[in-house]
Write a protein that binds this ligand. Structure first.
Ligand code: HEM
Ligand SMILES: *[C@@H]1O[C@H](CO)[C@@H](O)[C@H](O)[C@H]1NC(C)=O
Ligand SMILES: *[C@@H]1O[C@H](CO)[C@@H](O)[C@H](O)[C@H]1NC(C)=O
Ligand SMILES: *[C@@H]1O[C@H](CO)[C@@H](O)[C@H](O)[C@H]1NC(C)=O
Length: 396
């Protein structure tokens, strides 16, 4: 089988990889804990679930910020505010938030000044961005071709699989090593359950990054644990999950909640490229199969990896992606190359009316990815052969 041969090759390559498995346990502290990291959830920022007409979508962070009035409670937010507030409330790095925000314009109303977008709930919102920003193999959301297109609500079965990876005990930490185990399961589920599963470079990037954001942004911080600690109850709160008296988990749409006495990341240790690059590499050491881009070619369980060498004009191969920071290099480069291309499709629709705005978004994404790449030595990738993707029914 082509797939298992590839995995073997990739796993071998990973043996001489820069990050030993103990990486997750010995990450260096960059931040110094400060009491100001406590996030206010009272008064104007009290929890209030969405009222009729308020929009919520696939992102637990944006939903929670909306429920606490850090972004508008109706769920329609200006791009710049989503970026600023993600930084203030969760410590998402400005470079990473800008890249995420730029991607979000796929779901935005490009004609409106200031680029407001809905965080979900209508066709032009984040819930309707499949294969542009929204991707398959999310930590807790279904794939686009499953659940009648509901790719924005938590699927409790997937949440439970994550939740059950740790014992129900306050001393259990849902850290990046746990999320790396979860992504392995989710990837196999997409292959086995989604006939049109497509795992291209953009999808791979978002799948990895959304898994890393769970611990990266939801963990609680303290002087004793400045690198963060994510307890099961805190995870459930951020995901709008409750436990019934018989132990059954349930999700209520839009009830994502910031817990009382929750402390975000240290200001000096934002979750941006400095943190994400080594976390990506360490996750891939546990889950190297995620690097096998491809898709189901003819129904479930027909996963066919793409030829990375043909796709990248020989710059990378399946094996070389696992060496050093090559995976992170490839992800950021592929996003930079593919993003303007897809956006031009959107531009065609709006007839160039907002050329300036769109050019600005492309420029901010390019500078965000450039700053993420600045600290890395990367092979030069200048173009991608997209025709290699045509073999997958889930592409487009
Ligand atoms: C500009 C800011 C942001 C934008 C545009 C954004 C957008 C999105 C989108 C579109 C998704 C769905 C992706 C997919 O299904 O593959 C998503 C998922 C996710 N986001 Fe955000 N997000 C932002 C900020 C945040 C913040 C502040 C957090 C903090 C916790 C966060 C945590 C997550 C997580 C954990 C997921 C995965 C959800 C799951 O499937 O379990 N995001 N985000
Ligand atoms: C966060 O950690 C601090 C210090 O251990 C603790 O007092 C607080 O209750 C924790 N917050 C949550 C939401 O668990
Ligand atoms: C796709 O699968 C169907 C049934 O599983 C089979 O009949 C068909 O020959 C397959 N097509 C290709 C191109 O392999
Ligand atoms: C991938 O494509 C290259 C040419 O672009 C070819 O030399 C190589 O054999 C292919 N690899 C696989 C595994 O098919």
């Amino acid at each position: 089988m082509r797939f298992s041969a590839l995995i073997t090759a990739v796993t071998h390559a990973s043996l001489c990889f820069a990050f030993p498995p103990s990486y997750f346990e010995r990450r260096t502290t960059l931040g110094t804990f400060s009491i100001d990291q406590m996030i206010d959830v009272n008064g104007a920022h009290a929890f209030q679930p969405p009222q009729s007409g308020d929009l919520r979508g696939p992102c637990p962070g944006l939903n929670a910020m909306s429920n606490h009035g850090y972004i508008p409670r109706n769920g329609i937010v200006l791009l710049a505010d989503a970026i600023t507030q993600s930084n203030k409330v969760f410590g998402l790095g400005i470079d990473a938030s800008t890249a995420a925000g730029a991607m979000a314009v796929f779901g935005a109303d490009l004609l409106a000044p200031g680029i407001p977008f809905s965080i979900g709930g209508r066709p032009t919102g984040l819930s309707g961005t499949h294969n542009q920003f929204e991707s398959d193999t999310s930590p807790t959301r279904g794939d686009f071709y499953q659940f009648n297109g509901n790719n924005y609500d938590v699927q409790v079965r997937y949440f439970k699989e994550l939740y059950d990876l740790q014992p129900q005990d306050p001393s259990a930490n849902y850290n990046q090593a746990v999320l790396a185990r979860h992504i392995k399961t989710r990837f196999q589920q997409s292959i086995a359950e989604n006939p049109r599963f497509f795992h291209g470079p953009v999808q791979m990037a978002f799948s990895i990054i959304t898994h890393l954001l769970v611990f990266g942004l939801m963990a609680n911080h303290s002087a004793a644990q400045p690198d963060g600690f994510l307890q099961g109850d805190v995870l459930k709160s951020f995901y709008g999950i409750a436990t019934a008296s018989d132990g059954t988990l349930s999700y209520t749409h839009g009830h994502e909640r910031i817990p009382d006495n929750w402390y975000r990341r240290p200001v000096s240790d934002e979750y941006g490229s400095v943190r994400a690059v080594p976390d990506i590499a360490a996750l891939l050491l546990v889950a190297p199969e995620i690097l096998a881009m491809g898709g189901n070619s003819n129904g479930t369980n027909t996963y066919t990896p793409l030829n990375v060498s043909s796709f990248t004009g020989g710059v990378y191969s399946a094996e070389s992606l696992l060496v050093g920071n090559n995976a992170a290099c490839f992800l950021f480069q592929a996003l930079t190359i593919l993003f303007p291309d897809v956006l031009n499709g959107v531009l065609g629709v709006v007839q160039g009316v907002v050329q300036g705005v769109v050019q600005g978004v492309i420029a901010s994404l390019s500078s965000a990815t450039a700053s993420m790449l600045a600290g890395l030595t990367c092979p030069q990738l200048t173009s991608i052969d997209k025709s290699v993707l045509e073999q997958y029914p889930g592409y487009k």
